[in-house]
Write a protein that binds this ligand. Structure first.
Ligand code: RP5
Length: 176
C-alpha cells in the first residue's frame, strides 16, 4: 500500500531529505504490512510554524503513530511527542561529527512525562516494525502478519545454519 492511497495511520516525518535513506526503510516495512502512511519533510528548527501545524493536525488526520527521524540536535521527535497524544517513535540519524550519539542522546533523553520510543541509530526498519506492532494491538490480521514475519526471520537463520553445517565455515565465507 503506497503513501496516501488511503487515510494514513502513520505519519513519517524527517528533519531533512538527507534523512531519507533511513526513513525509507520505515516506509518499506509499512508497505510490506499494508499500513497506510504519509511521509513529510519538516525542519523543527528551520520552519517551526510548519512543524507546529503538522503536530497539531496529526491526530485529526487520523495518525495513530508518528515515526520521527532527525539528526544532530534532534528535537523533532521530542517535540512531536510534546504535542501528539499517541505513540512517537524516534529514529536518531548517524552523523559524521559525533557518529549519531548527538542524535541518540537528543531523542532518547526525554524528560519524564513525554516518552519517545527510540530505536537504534539509523534504525528505520525497526521503527516501521514497532509502529506495526503498536497498531497490531487492535488489529488481529496485522498481528498474524507480524507473526508470519517473525517466522520468516527464524527460517532464514535456520537456513544459514544448515548451510554452514553443510559446507563448513571456509566455504561459507567464500560464498560457495
Ligand atoms: C536535522 O539536521 C536533520 O534531521 C538532519 O539529520 C540534520 C542535517 O540536516 P541537513 O543539513 O542535511 O538538511 O535537522
Amino acid at each position: 500500500m503506497a503513501e496516501t492511497a488511503v487515510k494514513p495511520l502513520v505519519g513519517i516525518v524527517m528533519g531533512s531529505d538527507s534523512d531519507m535513506p533511513v526513513m525509507a526503510k520505515a516506509a518499506e516495512i509499512l508497505e510490506e504490512f499494508g499500513i497506510p502512511y504519509e511521509m513529510t519533510i519538516i525542519s523543527a528548527h528551520r520552519e517551526p510554524d510548519v512543524f507546529f501545524a503538522y503536530a497539531n493536525q496529526a491526530e485529526e488526520k487520523g495518525f495513530k503513530v508518528i515515526i520521527a527521524g532527525a539528526g544532530m540536535a534532534a528535537h523533532l521527535p521530542g517535540m512531536c511527542a510534546a504535542i501528539f497524544p499517541m505513540p512517537v517513535i524516534g529514529i536518531p540519524m548517524h552523523t559524521t561529527s559525533l557518529g549519531g550519539r548527538d542524535s541518540l542522546y537528543s531523542i532518547v533523553q526525554m524528560p519524564s512525562g513525554i516518552p519517545v520510543a527510540t530505536v537504534a541509530i539509523n534504525g528505520g526498519a525497526n521503527a516501521g516494525l514497532l509502529a506495526a506492532k503498536i497498531l497490531a494491538v487492535s488489529d488481529g490480521a496485522l498481528l498474524q502478519k507480524l507473526k508470519d514475519y517473525s517466522a520468516k526471520l527464524k527460517a532464514q537463520v535456520e537456513a544459514k545454519d544448515a548451510r554452514l553445517k553443510e559446507v563448513g565455515y571456509r566455504r561459507y565465507n567464500d560464498g560457495l
